[in-house]
Design a protein around this ligand. Structure first.
Ligand code: TTP
Ligand code: MG
Length: 383
């Protein structure tokens, strides 16, 4: 059976308000609202959790919000700054997996391809807290729906799980509005038919539900049972392609690192060639035992996408900057893409021709049989 990978939903808490608190520490612990002019018809974009205690919510008129919480401080917001922080968050997510669907300025689904979702969630939470000093919540499950609800339940500043076998105990008692797609109008309609909790929805006959909600009935019914087959919509306009390995145990062995770099170079090279995106900048990432992390890059005169070319660059970078072992993680990243048609086609030497042919064959095999079909000699030395 095909392995089901965990899915994470990562969502910053009270995002705009948290950035304001980060930039102005006097605001920490205070009720603050980011929103429009209360004299006009300004609405609340978001508010800190301190303001939420008074009932203030996103999209509420600011005038009403200030009536509920008169001591709240109203800020106009700074979109350029929020976008800048959003980019920093994105960069952290990309260190963990290339399979990311960015949903909004502060929210993304990540597909886990190594290790468990919970460990990855904890690691992301730790790094965002440590490097950006921002609160983030992460929901972990086997599908998007349950990951999203797990995140809502975990908020604020926490990592939570909601597995399919917990649906009756944990999801069913919740109000129907936790199901994505059930806005105020649908909620009202469902209430008028006595459907108040997710359990009511799960037990409602699908045919009758179709008369109430039309074509959405099937997916709502599935959702109420915790079933969601939506795939991640991964953007293909990534600015970089990277792969990394955290070792099961920290290592002092340079040969082991060389072998790991070789394997990562093959992975990155394969993806560059599949996307037709040779890259001019190749970076090495290295994490030490104490979690200190460095990145070192080299920008080349000409874009590359060959495994051994990439390996040569990262190996040289490693040999120059390896610091004091033990090492905990290594990563290889390619960026500054050039589309193939931009590259000047210099005639290839016979060796280059041969290497290119070999790569083509390797890629075909890999595409057909998966990553594990090919072992290079250096990789074998790692085993
Ligand atoms: P959300 O993630 O929905 O909300 P949030 O991060 O403020 O709070 P939390 O996730 O902890 O519940 O939205 C992210 C940002 O998008 C939010 O900080 C402000 C902005 N936003 C609006 O401008 N208008 C809105 O109606 C909503 C919901 C969000
Ligand atoms: Mg958020």
């Amino acid at each position: 059976m095909k392995k089901k990978y965990d899915i994470l939903l990562c969502d910053l808490d009270a995002f705009f308000a948290s950035v304001e608190q980060l930039d102005c520490p006097q605001l920490i612990g205070k009720p603050i609202i980011v929103g429009g002019n209360p004299e006009g018809r300004g609405v609340v974009a978001t508010c800190s959790y301190e303001a939420r205690k008074f009932g203030v919510r996103s999209a509420m008129p600011v005038k009403k919000a200030l009536q509920l919480c008169p001591e709240a401080l109203l800020l106009p917001g700074n979109m350029a700054r929020y976008k800048e922080v959003s980019e920093q968050v994105r960069e952290i997510f990309e260190r963990f997996t290339p399979d990311i669907e960015f949903v909004s300025i502060d929210e993304a689904y990540l597909s886990v391809t190594q290790g468990t979702g919970y460990d990855l969630g904890k690691a992301i939470h730790f790094v965002v807290r440590k490097e950006l000093h921002l609160p983030i919540s992460v929901g972990v499950s086997e599908n998007k729906l349950l990951a999203k609800i797990a995140c809502e339940l975990a908020k604020p500043d926490n990592v939570g799980t909601l597995w399919p076998d917990q649906v009756p105990a944990l999801l069913w008692p919740l109000p129907v509005k936790v199901i994505p797609g059930i806005g105020p109008a649908t909620e009202k309609k469902l209430h008028s038919y006595g459907i108040k909790t997710v359990k009511d929805l799960a037990e409602y006959p699908e045919d009758t539900l179709r008369r109430l909600c039309g074509k959405h009935a099937t997916s709502l019914h599935h959702y109420a049972h915790g079933i969601d087959n939506r795939k991640l919509e991964i953007a293909h306009d990534a600015k970089s392609i990277s792969e990394e390995i955290t070792f099961p145990e920290d290592t002092h062995d340079r040969k082991y690192i060389h072998a790991a770099l070789h394997e990562l170079s093959e992975g990155v090279g394969y993806r560059l060639r599949s996307e037709g995106l040779p890259a001019r900048t190749i970076s090495l990432k290295l994490r030490f035992k104490d979690f200190q992390t460095i990145t070192r890059s080299k920008t080349l005169p000409q874009a590359i996408d060959g495994d051994s070319e990439i390996y040569l660059v990262v190996k040289t970078l490693f040999d120059l900057h390896c610091g004091k072992p033990p090492w905990r993680l290594v990563g290889v990243k390619a960026s500054e893409f050039e589309h193939e048609e931009q590259i000047s086609l210099l005639p290839l030497t016979p060796e280059e021709e041969k290497e290119k042919e070999l790569l083509l064959t390797k890629d075909k095999l890999r595409k057909k049989y998966g990553k594990e079909v090919l072992f290079s000699a250096t990789r074998l030395s790692k085993k």
